[in-house]
Each structure stands twice: as C-alpha cells, then as structure tokens.
Design a protein around this ligand. Structure first.
Ligand code: ZN
Length: 87
C-alpha cells in the first residue's frame, strides 16, 4: 500500500484504528465466503487456440458474496452426488 492510499483512507475514515475500519466495512458480513475464500474474486481462464492465441487469465467478481469476500449468512458448499456408472 502506498502512502497516498493511506492518506486517502484517513480522509475517508478519519484518524481511527485499522480494526475499526475493518469493523465498519465488514458490518454484518462476518462469514468468510466459501467460494472465493474472502478475496471477493474468482480466477477465470479463457483458453486460447494452441499456437495462435495465448490463454487469458483474468479475475471476476465472486457471484456468491458479490465481491465483498464475506457474507452475512454462513454458507456451506453444496455437493451434487450422481450415479456415473457401476463397478
Ligand atoms: Zn465470494
């Protein structure tokens, strides 16, 4: 983080503790998002054509927490179980 970023933070919140800023921003979103693990972003890959265009790696806003990284409700991973064959 650059000095200018810190100055911007102080202009926005005043001269308060970092823990108070976190508390203010987080609000009721106290549970870490299980999909993006709190980053608010998802990594995506758009595969290129071999020998022509390279793979493109990019990030998108997480669609579970809407980019906050944290959720108000505690979410659990839903797993789908299906029969794929017999042995
Ligand atoms: Zn998320």
């Amino acid at each position: 983080m650059k000095i200018i970023d810190l100055k911007r933070l102080m202009n926005k919140y005043g001269d308060i503790k970092i823990s108070e800023i976190i508390q203010r921003e987080q609000g009721r979103r106290v549970y870490e998002c299980p999909k993006c693990k709190g980053t608010g972003e998802e990594n995506k890959v758009e595969y290129g054509i071999q020998g022509y265009t390279p793979d493109r790696h990019y990030k998108v806003k997480c669609d579970v927490c809407y980019g906050f990284g944290y959720t108000e409700k505690q979410l659990k991973t839903k797993v789908k179980t299906e029969i794929i064959g017999y042995e």
